[in-house]
Design a protein around this ligand. Structure first.
Ligand code: NAP
Length: 895
């Protein structure tokens, strides 16, 4: 009997004061609360879990509506902390039913004897931080208050059901049920007329089950959802075999995966696959009956680009239309208002076929909204539906509801959590909140939580929190709190991550849009489970970066005073994809590029580039030869598919110089960048194969650059170019050549240049600007590599010549410029200095100082997706320079 054991425990721990004193209080006895209790107890902490239900289970206690099942395969939707537990429990199905999951959680509670530390039927009424004592005081709805050092909300992300928000609910004389609060006793629907409002995951699961029993089922749908078959049955043999082959490895892979299931994202982009190949992949994913497979295995751009996403969405739509017989109903069930995956998709069993039953009606609320609920049923603005039962499958005040809407939480200095989150949840790591010491949230907003296999995320959070509590106990600290800087940095990182996804393009409970008046913004962390785990680990390895730790308050006389520790800072300052690329490079532990010698470095770069995604298609790519300063030079021309002044041209020409420190690189190395910019600008890009050092030292590259410009100007018409001034662009050392070429053209009588695009350019020969020190190592282009490039290209005596240090040249009278620099680039400050000097000399200049980016961010097209915005701005600038309007052809990555 849960109640009996809980009251025995509390009586013995109250010490006569009427307050239950424990080290840790946990809210909730679901997956998270149970595992926390187990870990806390093993670590020697006293703990109590406060649970409003009368048994364990959390979500799986409350959501007992017919058809409720998990939709992550049971091979993965299980605790992994104890191998013996794993072998002691066998799931009967691929997707277990709610009763089976509830039995599992009961089994776990019994196996580890957890019920004796759970106070069932007890809600926290208020939670208040006592700054003097460094403790939380919780009042409860039932029994003694609790005084604890640490307060952990393990209250679930989807546990606070949303009120119906429909007028007249109280007038209804029939039965009302909420899927999220389904009664324990059997609900008899046979022979009844049942209305169901809501077609999210709960609705999609419950509707076919209700339609099997009810005399008539009427579904009220506001937004159709993407759903595909679960193919439930026994767990697939291949998945089980994979798990059993090496359980530890399987679980470890899941912990470092994107979504908490050991599946890596597809690497091929939709545009690299034929239509037949795409369909084949879709059919295989459909046959797998697995959300994570469908969301990650089709093609690399399905979750990040609208175009790639639309291809997947179309295939799902096609399937819906092929099942539902009535075309109007099929049309209403087909989602069009959000990208696939931006709203939680669902697995279905007989969902679409249910609408072929004669006793099932779909009411499209987009065409006839509900006006009110009446005594006898539901009234839309066109019709009245008399029913005996209304089922609300209308969802939850997700992620924040279970934290703020349930009880007032008062932190340091009387700060209220509801006030702190009035503009949306603010957290550090989705685990802690500035101003609320010793308060932790398991799978809180700002962590992968609902975008992951919850069990994996729960175990990670519980382990992280308990490990911190152990370390604090050992060091004598009694309070831990996130700093303001860390929290603000996390908000920026969250926004950077979500800019990479399509979640922000849909109104969903992920963004708070389902609750009227709720602040909006993507609440879960979208950067993936593995990267998130790495960040949490890094916070620890960097001395609890972003946390302030304090010891007991000496004035209270309790405990020994311990020095304060505050390691303030932001854990992630890089763009999320830049961080992944740099981590990958660091893991490769490559020798410095300069150690290969010039030939070896060229080979290495060529091999490295061969592993990149192929560039995107353009109208035409052709190689040719032009006249350089001392003989022929190769060039590669990229022609847009359409556009220009007339259909197919002529197009403005951009003379482009590749990067590579005057030593490395060629048309191939900057091929994806040229293709991308050609597509975005609708302009011809001519990538010039200038000669390299050390074979050809200064001023060869500069003179080749200028000669190429002249030749291209003279042959513009033959190349299909628009008559008139050219544009010039370059990246890195190519940016240097571009800048120099503009100066030479001004001084040598042309040809005229309409504008210059300088991307992370080398502009000066000194190495004493701060970015050379701040970013000396760790960001791919290193200071020592730059030293090497300079040494190979240019002797010290020549370095102040404006043909290699354009910053030292005359700057007036140059064409308008767009100068892009990256925060984590040794060349950042000289690029900014050049832009400022140009502006001071009266040249129209636009600057892009790209936060969180590194030297290669813009040229690693389709790898560093956060570079897209910068390239969009570059393309817009080039078009302005050429006197053209904005190009509509290319979307941004995530629009
Ligand atoms: P939900 O996804 O928020 O769906 C609620 C549905 O009710 C939506 O169709 C919504 O329409 C509709 N609705 C809400 N208020 C309404 C109103 N006033 N009038 C008319 N329609 C209204 O909620 P859910 O289905 O309970 O699922 C929530 C989440 O729980 C899921 O996304 C999933 O993460 C989890 N879940 C998982 C499973 C599983 O298989 N393991 C099962 C159930 C739930 P709009 O879309 O237009 O707002």
């Amino acid at each position: 009997m849960p109640h009996a054991s809980a009251s025995e425990t509390s009586a013995s721990e109250m010490g006569g004061s009427g307050v239950q004193e424990v080290d840790v209080a946990v809210v909730g006895a679901g997956f998270a609360g149970l595992y926390l209790l187990h870990r806390l107890r093993r670590a020697g902490f006293t703990a109590v879990a406060l649970e409003s239900a009368d048994d364990v289970g959390g979500t799986w206690y409350w959501n007992r509506y017919p058809g409720a099942r998990c939709d992550i395969q049971t091979t993965d939707y299980s605790y992994t902390f104890d191998p013996e537990l794993e072998s002691a429990w066998k799931w009967s199905e691929k997707y277990a039913t709610q009763p089976e999951i509830l039995r599992y959680l009961g089994f776990v509670a019994d196996r580890y004897d957890l019920r004796r530390d759970i106070r069932f039927g007890t809600q926290v009424a208020t939670a208040t931080w006592d700054e003097a004592a460094h403790r939380w005081l919780l009042t409860t709805s039932n029994g003694a208050p609790v005084c604890c050092r640490t307060y952990i909300m393990a209250s679930g992300c989807l546990s606070s059901p949303k009120p119906p928000e429909i007028e007249g609910v109280d007038d209804f004389k029939g039965e009302i049920y909420f899927t999220g609060r389904w009664p324990r006793e059997e609900v008899k629907l046979a022979g009844k007329r049942v209305a169901i409002i809501g077609t999210g995951s709960s609705g999609i699961q419950v509707i076919p089950m209700i339609a099997e029993q009810a005399a008539h089922t009427t579904v009220f749908q506001r937004t159709p959802n993407f759903a595909f078959p679960a193919h439930n049955g026994p767990s697939p043999v291949d998945r089980v075999a994979l798990l059993e082959k090496d359980r530890n490895d399987y679980r470890e892979q899941a912990r470092w995966s994107l979504a908490g299931v050991p599946l890596a994202r597809a690497t091929e982009f939709s545009w690299q696959l034929s239509e037949a190949e795409r369909r084949d992949r879709f059919e295989k994913a459909l046959a797998a009956g697995d959300l994570v497979v469908m969301l990650t295995q089709l093609w690399a751009d399905q979750g990040v680009e609208v175009e790639g996403n639309a291809l997947a969405a179309d295939l799902i739509r096609e399937r819906i239309r092929s099942i539902v017989k009535d075309p109007e109903t099929a049309d209403a069930l087909t989602p069009h208002d959000h990208p696939f995956g931006s709203k939680r998709p669902c697995l279905e069993t007989n969902y679409y076929t249910t609408y072929n039953q004669p006793n099932v009606t779909l009411v499209n609320l987009r065409q006839e909204p509900i006006k009110s609920i009446t005594a006898s049923g539901i009234k839309t603005d066109r019709r009245t539906f008399d029913v005996d039962v209304i089922v609300f499958a209308t969802g939850f005040d997700a992620m924040t509801g279970a934290i703020t809407a349930v009880h007032p939480i008062t932190g340091r200095g009387g700060k209220s959590m509801s006030d702190a989150w009035a503009g949306g949840p603010q957290t550090y790591l989705g685990l802690t909140v500035d101003g609320f010491p010793n308060l932790f949230m398991v799978t809180g907003p700002g962590s992968p939580s609902v975008l992951s296999n919850m069990v994996v995320s729960i175990e990670q959070h519980a382990d992280w929190v308990v490990d911190r509590l152990i370390a604090m106990r050992e060091a004598g600290f009694t309070a831990i709190e996130a700093t303001e800087t860390a929290q603000a940095g996390w908000a920026r990182h969250m926004a950077d991550c979500s800019a990479l996804t399509l979640h922000r393009l849909a109104n969903t409970w992920y963004t708070g849009a389902n609750v009227p008046g709720k602040a909006q913004g993507v609440m879960p962390y979208t950067g993936g489970v593995g990267p998130y785990r790495a960040i949490c680990n890094e916070v620890v390895s960097r001395g609890l970066l972003g946390f302030k730790l304090t010891g007991p308050n000496p004035s209270t006389g309790s405990g020994q005073a311990v020095a304060e520790q505050c390691n303030d800072g932001e854990i992630v300052r890089l763009q999320p994809d830049v961080r992944l690329v740099l981590n990958m490079l660091a893991d490769m532990n490559l020798p410095p590029l300069e150690s290969f010698g010039a030939e070896g470095a060229r080979d290495f770069v060529a091999q490295f580039n061969a592993t990149r995604p192929a560039g995107r298609p353009v109208g035409e790519v052709l190689d040719g030869m032009l006249d350089g300063a001392e003989g022929p030079l190769p060039y590669r021309l990229y022609r847009p598919a359409t556009g220009g002044d007339g259909e197919g041209g002529p197009h403005p020409i951009v003379v482009y110089f590749h990067g590579g420190g005057w030593v490395l690189g060629d048309a191939q190395s900057d091929d994806p960048f040229c293709r991308d910019m050609c597509r975005r600008t609708g302009m011809i890009f001519v990538s010039v194969g200038y000669r390299h050092a050390p074979e050809h030292r200064f001023p060869t590259a500069a003179e080749d650059g200028y000669a190429a410009l002249r030749w291209i100007a003279e042959h513009a018409a033959e190349l299909g170019g628009r008559p008139g001034p050219l544009l010039v662009a370059g990246w890195s050392a190519g940016g240097n050549i571009a800048a120099v070429t503009c100066q030479l053209a001004r001084d040598r009588g042309g040809p005229p240049i309409a504008g210059q695009l300088l991307v992370c350019p080398v502009t000066d020969c000194t190495f004493d600007r701060p970015s050379y020190n701040e970013n000396a190592t760790g960001y791919f282009l290193t200071r020592s590599l730059m030293y090497w490039f300079w040494d190979l290209y240019c002797s010290p005596a020549d370095r102040t010549d404006s043909r290699v240090s354009p910053l030292r040249g005359k700057l007036s009278g140059l064409p308008p410029a767009f100068v892009a620099t990256c925060e984590f680039d040794p060349l950042r400050d000289e690029g900014i200095a050049y832009a400022e000097a140009l502006a001071a000399a009266g040249v129209p200049v636009e600057q892009l100082q790209a936060r969180g980016h590194f030297h290669s961010s813009f040229t690693m097209v389709d790898v560093v997706l956060t570079g897209v915005d910068g390239r969009v701005k570059m393309a817009e600038a080039l078009r302005r320079f050429a006197g053209q309007g904005l190009q509509e052809a290319m979307p941004r990555a995530a629009e």
